[in-house]
Design a protein around this ligand. Structure first.
Ligand code: NAD
Length: 284
Protein backbone atom coordinates (compact mmCIF):
# COMPACT_ATOMS: atom_id res chain seq x y z
CA UNK A 1 0.00 0.00 0.00
CA UNK A 2 1.32 3.46 -0.85
CA UNK A 3 2.24 5.72 2.07
CA UNK A 4 0.10 8.72 2.91
CA UNK A 5 1.80 11.99 2.12
CA UNK A 6 2.48 14.43 4.94
CA UNK A 7 1.95 17.57 2.90
CA UNK A 8 4.30 20.37 3.99
CA UNK A 9 2.80 22.93 1.64
CA UNK A 10 -0.71 22.45 3.07
CA UNK A 11 0.59 22.64 6.65
CA UNK A 12 2.66 25.73 5.82
CA UNK A 13 -0.41 27.42 4.35
CA UNK A 14 -2.36 26.81 7.59
CA UNK A 15 0.49 28.05 9.80
CA UNK A 16 1.08 31.07 7.57
CA UNK A 17 -2.42 32.39 8.30
CA UNK A 18 -1.75 32.58 12.03
CA UNK A 19 1.74 34.08 11.62
CA UNK A 20 0.44 36.68 9.14
CA UNK A 21 -2.40 37.64 11.50
CA UNK A 22 0.08 38.14 14.37
CA UNK A 23 2.43 40.17 12.14
CA UNK A 24 -0.53 42.33 11.09
CA UNK A 25 -1.45 43.00 14.71
CA UNK A 26 2.16 44.08 15.39
CA UNK A 27 2.11 46.38 12.37
CA UNK A 28 -1.15 47.85 13.66
CA UNK A 29 0.86 48.90 16.73
CA UNK A 30 3.57 50.44 14.55
CA UNK A 31 6.00 47.50 14.87
CA UNK A 32 7.32 45.92 11.67
CA UNK A 33 8.64 42.44 12.50
CA UNK A 34 12.08 42.22 10.94
CA UNK A 35 14.51 39.39 10.27
CA UNK A 36 18.08 40.07 9.16
CA UNK A 37 20.01 37.34 7.41
CA UNK A 38 23.79 37.70 7.70
CA UNK A 39 25.43 36.02 4.74
CA UNK A 40 29.13 35.72 4.02
CA UNK A 41 30.25 35.01 0.47
CA UNK A 42 28.14 33.76 -2.42
CA UNK A 43 27.40 30.09 -1.85
CA UNK A 44 24.73 29.25 -4.47
CA UNK A 45 22.67 27.05 -2.15
CA UNK A 46 22.67 29.77 0.53
CA UNK A 47 21.61 32.46 -1.93
CA UNK A 48 18.71 30.25 -3.05
CA UNK A 49 17.72 29.67 0.57
CA UNK A 50 17.83 33.41 1.28
CA UNK A 51 15.46 34.01 -1.65
CA UNK A 52 13.04 31.46 -0.20
CA UNK A 53 13.24 33.25 3.19
CA UNK A 54 12.45 36.54 1.45
CA UNK A 55 9.37 34.95 -0.17
CA UNK A 56 8.27 33.52 3.19
CA UNK A 57 8.69 36.98 4.74
CA UNK A 58 6.63 38.63 2.00
CA UNK A 59 3.81 36.12 2.48
CA UNK A 60 3.64 36.55 6.26
CA UNK A 61 4.25 40.29 6.69
CA UNK A 62 7.80 39.95 8.04
CA UNK A 63 10.47 42.30 6.65
CA UNK A 64 13.55 40.37 5.55
CA UNK A 65 16.83 42.26 5.24
CA UNK A 66 20.08 40.82 4.02
CA UNK A 67 23.47 41.90 5.44
CA UNK A 68 26.07 40.56 3.05
CA UNK A 69 29.79 40.40 3.74
CA UNK A 70 32.47 39.30 1.26
CA UNK A 71 33.80 35.72 1.51
CA UNK A 72 37.08 37.15 2.80
CA UNK A 73 35.48 38.85 5.84
CA UNK A 74 37.23 37.96 9.09
CA UNK A 75 35.83 36.75 12.38
CA UNK A 76 36.03 40.17 14.04
CA UNK A 77 34.13 41.86 11.17
CA UNK A 78 31.38 39.29 11.45
CA UNK A 79 31.22 39.61 15.24
CA UNK A 80 30.93 43.41 14.83
CA UNK A 81 28.04 42.92 12.37
CA UNK A 82 26.25 40.57 14.78
CA UNK A 83 26.78 43.09 17.62
CA UNK A 84 25.37 45.94 15.51
CA UNK A 85 22.31 43.84 14.59
CA UNK A 86 21.95 42.79 18.22
CA UNK A 87 21.84 46.46 19.28
CA UNK A 88 19.42 47.55 16.51
CA UNK A 89 15.93 47.84 18.03
CA UNK A 90 14.35 47.57 14.57
CA UNK A 91 15.84 44.07 14.05
CA UNK A 92 13.93 41.36 15.93
CA UNK A 93 15.56 38.22 14.57
CA UNK A 94 18.99 37.36 13.19
CA UNK A 95 20.20 34.30 11.36
CA UNK A 96 23.75 33.59 10.35
CA UNK A 97 23.56 31.71 7.07
CA UNK A 98 25.58 28.49 6.89
CA UNK A 99 27.77 27.06 5.46
CA UNK A 100 30.38 29.65 6.40
CA UNK A 101 33.60 30.06 4.39
CA UNK A 102 36.21 27.59 5.67
CA UNK A 103 38.22 30.18 7.66
CA UNK A 104 35.20 30.91 9.88
CA UNK A 105 33.87 28.48 12.50
CA UNK A 106 30.27 28.59 13.65
CA UNK A 107 31.45 27.31 17.04
CA UNK A 108 33.36 30.58 17.54
CA UNK A 109 30.60 32.83 16.23
CA UNK A 110 27.33 31.38 17.49
CA UNK A 111 27.82 32.98 20.92
CA UNK A 112 27.86 36.42 19.30
CA UNK A 113 24.19 35.97 18.41
CA UNK A 114 22.14 37.56 21.19
CA UNK A 115 19.92 34.71 22.48
CA UNK A 116 16.74 36.82 22.39
CA UNK A 117 17.22 37.47 18.64
CA UNK A 118 18.62 34.04 17.77
CA UNK A 119 15.52 32.91 15.87
CA UNK A 120 17.15 29.76 14.48
CA UNK A 121 18.36 28.57 17.87
CA UNK A 122 22.09 28.59 17.01
CA UNK A 123 23.49 30.15 20.18
CA UNK A 124 24.74 27.44 22.59
CA UNK A 125 22.58 29.00 25.31
CA UNK A 126 19.44 28.30 23.29
CA UNK A 127 20.60 24.84 22.26
CA UNK A 128 21.46 24.13 25.90
CA UNK A 129 18.02 25.20 27.04
CA UNK A 130 16.54 22.86 24.46
CA UNK A 131 18.63 20.05 25.96
CA UNK A 132 17.19 20.84 29.37
CA UNK A 133 13.72 20.39 27.81
CA UNK A 134 12.85 23.41 29.88
CA UNK A 135 11.87 25.62 26.99
CA UNK A 136 14.20 27.75 24.96
CA UNK A 137 13.97 31.23 23.49
CA UNK A 138 13.54 29.71 20.04
CA UNK A 139 13.23 26.16 18.77
CA UNK A 140 15.35 25.97 15.58
CA UNK A 141 13.10 26.20 12.52
CA UNK A 142 13.87 22.92 10.73
CA UNK A 143 13.58 20.71 13.83
CA UNK A 144 10.37 22.59 14.68
CA UNK A 145 9.10 21.84 11.15
CA UNK A 146 9.73 18.12 11.73
CA UNK A 147 7.73 18.25 14.93
CA UNK A 148 4.88 20.22 13.31
CA UNK A 149 4.68 17.64 10.51
CA UNK A 150 4.66 14.82 13.06
CA UNK A 151 1.83 16.68 14.77
CA UNK A 152 -0.24 15.91 11.64
CA UNK A 153 0.80 12.27 11.68
CA UNK A 154 -1.13 9.28 12.96
CA UNK A 155 1.85 8.75 15.32
CA UNK A 156 0.99 11.84 17.34
CA UNK A 157 1.41 12.09 20.29
CA UNK A 158 4.84 10.44 20.23
CA UNK A 159 4.90 9.04 23.75
CA UNK A 160 6.54 5.62 23.68
CA UNK A 161 7.18 5.64 19.92
CA UNK A 162 10.48 4.19 18.70
CA UNK A 163 12.18 7.01 16.75
CA UNK A 164 15.41 7.07 14.81
CA UNK A 165 17.17 10.24 13.68
CA UNK A 166 19.76 10.01 10.90
CA UNK A 167 22.29 12.83 11.45
CA UNK A 168 23.52 14.57 14.60
CA UNK A 169 24.31 18.11 13.43
CA UNK A 170 23.67 21.04 15.77
CA UNK A 171 21.21 22.56 13.31
CA UNK A 172 19.02 19.55 12.52
CA UNK A 173 19.77 16.04 13.83
CA UNK A 174 20.65 16.81 17.43
CA UNK A 175 17.80 19.27 18.14
CA UNK A 176 15.31 16.93 16.40
CA UNK A 177 16.46 14.13 18.72
CA UNK A 178 16.08 16.42 21.75
CA UNK A 179 12.57 17.46 20.70
CA UNK A 180 11.49 13.86 20.14
CA UNK A 181 12.95 12.87 23.51
CA UNK A 182 11.07 15.71 25.18
CA UNK A 183 7.90 14.24 23.59
CA UNK A 184 8.66 10.90 25.30
CA UNK A 185 9.71 9.03 22.18
CA UNK A 186 12.51 6.47 22.55
CA UNK A 187 15.20 7.93 20.34
CA UNK A 188 18.20 6.42 18.55
CA UNK A 189 20.62 8.76 16.78
CA UNK A 190 22.61 7.35 13.87
CA UNK A 191 25.39 9.02 11.90
CA UNK A 192 28.35 8.51 9.59
CA UNK A 193 30.06 6.31 12.18
CA UNK A 194 27.09 3.97 12.68
CA UNK A 195 27.96 0.41 11.66
CA UNK A 196 24.74 -1.19 10.45
CA UNK A 197 22.46 1.69 9.48
CA UNK A 198 19.54 -0.45 8.27
CA UNK A 199 19.58 -2.49 11.48
CA UNK A 200 18.91 0.71 13.47
CA UNK A 201 16.52 2.51 11.11
CA UNK A 202 14.37 -0.57 10.44
CA UNK A 203 13.40 -0.69 14.09
CA UNK A 204 11.88 2.79 14.02
CA UNK A 205 8.21 3.72 13.93
CA UNK A 206 9.28 7.32 13.26
CA UNK A 207 12.30 7.85 11.01
CA UNK A 208 13.69 11.37 10.55
CA UNK A 209 16.56 11.61 8.12
CA UNK A 210 18.87 14.64 7.88
CA UNK A 211 22.08 13.40 6.27
CA UNK A 212 22.16 15.26 2.96
CA UNK A 213 22.94 12.02 1.11
CA UNK A 214 20.53 11.38 -1.79
CA UNK A 215 19.14 7.85 -1.86
CA UNK A 216 20.64 6.93 1.53
CA UNK A 217 17.35 5.59 2.86
CA UNK A 218 16.05 2.69 0.77
CA UNK A 219 13.09 0.35 1.28
CA UNK A 220 15.30 -2.03 3.28
CA UNK A 221 15.93 0.75 5.85
CA UNK A 222 12.25 1.27 6.63
CA UNK A 223 9.81 -0.72 8.74
CA UNK A 224 6.45 -1.42 7.11
CA UNK A 225 4.03 1.36 8.07
CA UNK A 226 6.73 3.68 9.50
CA UNK A 227 6.43 7.46 9.39
CA UNK A 228 9.30 8.94 7.38
CA UNK A 229 10.33 12.60 7.59
CA UNK A 230 12.90 13.51 4.95
CA UNK A 231 14.86 16.65 5.86
CA UNK A 232 17.63 16.13 3.31
CA UNK A 233 17.90 18.61 0.46
CA UNK A 234 20.53 18.15 -2.22
CA UNK A 235 20.56 19.48 -5.78
CA UNK A 236 21.18 16.68 -8.26
CA UNK A 237 21.21 17.74 -11.90
CA UNK A 238 19.34 20.92 -10.99
CA UNK A 239 16.63 18.95 -9.15
CA UNK A 240 16.05 19.06 -5.39
CA UNK A 241 16.14 15.58 -3.83
CA UNK A 242 15.94 14.25 -0.30
CA UNK A 243 17.78 11.45 1.53
CA UNK A 244 14.99 9.00 0.77
CA UNK A 245 14.68 6.86 -2.37
CA UNK A 246 11.12 8.10 -2.56
CA UNK A 247 9.29 5.64 -4.80
CA UNK A 248 10.53 2.45 -3.15
CA UNK A 249 10.23 3.84 0.40
CA UNK A 250 6.71 5.19 -0.24
CA UNK A 251 5.70 1.62 -1.13
CA UNK A 252 6.74 0.42 2.36
CA UNK A 253 6.17 3.37 4.71
CA UNK A 254 2.85 4.37 6.25
CA UNK A 255 3.47 8.12 5.96
CA UNK A 256 6.12 10.13 4.16
CA UNK A 257 7.14 13.72 3.45
CA UNK A 258 8.01 14.53 -0.17
CA UNK A 259 11.02 16.57 -1.30
CA UNK A 260 10.28 19.24 -2.33
CA UNK A 261 7.03 20.08 -0.57
CA UNK A 262 7.67 18.49 2.84
CA UNK A 263 9.93 19.89 5.55
CA UNK A 264 11.17 22.91 3.54
CA UNK A 265 7.96 24.98 3.29
CA UNK A 266 7.15 24.36 6.97
CA UNK A 267 10.69 25.40 7.97
CA UNK A 268 10.28 28.79 6.34
CA UNK A 269 7.03 29.51 8.15
CA UNK A 270 8.45 28.21 11.45
CA UNK A 271 11.27 30.71 11.06
CA UNK A 272 8.81 33.57 10.49
CA UNK A 273 6.83 32.36 13.51
CA UNK A 274 9.99 32.81 15.61
CA UNK A 275 10.61 36.30 14.21
CA UNK A 276 7.05 37.35 15.06
CA UNK A 277 7.47 35.84 18.53
CA UNK A 278 10.70 37.81 18.99
CA UNK A 279 8.95 41.04 17.93
CA UNK A 280 6.03 40.32 20.28
CA UNK A 281 8.42 39.73 23.17
CA UNK A 282 10.46 42.84 22.37
CA UNK A 283 7.33 44.97 22.36
CA UNK A 284 6.00 43.52 25.59
P1 NAD B 1 25.50 18.10 8.21
O1 NAD B 1 26.36 17.75 7.06
O2 NAD B 1 25.94 19.10 9.21
O3 NAD B 1 25.15 16.77 9.01
C1 NAD B 1 24.85 15.58 8.35
C2 NAD B 1 24.71 14.48 9.38
O4 NAD B 1 24.37 13.28 8.67
C3 NAD B 1 26.00 14.17 10.14
O5 NAD B 1 25.70 14.01 11.51
C4 NAD B 1 26.50 12.87 9.55
O6 NAD B 1 27.17 12.03 10.49
C5 NAD B 1 25.23 12.22 9.05
N1 NAD B 1 25.49 11.38 7.87
C6 NAD B 1 26.09 11.76 6.73
N2 NAD B 1 26.21 10.70 5.89
C7 NAD B 1 25.67 9.65 6.55
C8 NAD B 1 25.52 8.28 6.22
N3 NAD B 1 25.97 7.79 5.06
N4 NAD B 1 24.93 7.47 7.12
C9 NAD B 1 24.49 7.95 8.30
N5 NAD B 1 24.60 9.25 8.67
C10 NAD B 1 25.20 10.08 7.81
O7 NAD B 1 24.10 18.55 7.55
P2 NAD B 1 22.86 19.36 8.18
O8 NAD B 1 23.16 20.81 8.21
O9 NAD B 1 22.41 18.69 9.43
O10 NAD B 1 21.78 19.12 7.06
C11 NAD B 1 21.35 17.80 6.73
C12 NAD B 1 20.50 17.85 5.48
O11 NAD B 1 19.32 18.59 5.76
C13 NAD B 1 21.15 18.55 4.28
O12 NAD B 1 20.72 17.92 3.09
C14 NAD B 1 20.57 19.95 4.34
O13 NAD B 1 20.57 20.58 3.08
C15 NAD B 1 19.18 19.64 4.81
N6 NAD B 1 18.47 20.75 5.44
C16 NAD B 1 17.19 20.94 5.06
C17 NAD B 1 16.44 21.94 5.64
C18 NAD B 1 15.00 22.13 5.25
O14 NAD B 1 14.38 23.08 5.66
N7 NAD B 1 14.42 21.20 4.49
C19 NAD B 1 17.02 22.77 6.60
C20 NAD B 1 18.34 22.53 7.02
C21 NAD B 1 19.06 21.49 6.43
Amino acid sequence: MAAEILDGRALAADLREDVAARAKRLRGRGIAPCLTVAIIGEDAGSLGYVRSIERAGASTGVDVRVSALPATAGEETLRALLRTLGDDPLVHGIILQQPLPSHLAIRRLAEAMPPHKDVDGTNPINLGRLAFASGTEFVPATPMACLLLLGRSKRWPLRGARACVVGRSNVVGLPVALLLTARDATVTIVHRGTRDLAHQTRDAEVLVTAAGVPGLIRAEHVAPGATVIDVGTTFVGGKLVGDVAYDEVAAVAGEITPVPGGVGPVTNVALMQNVVLAAERASG
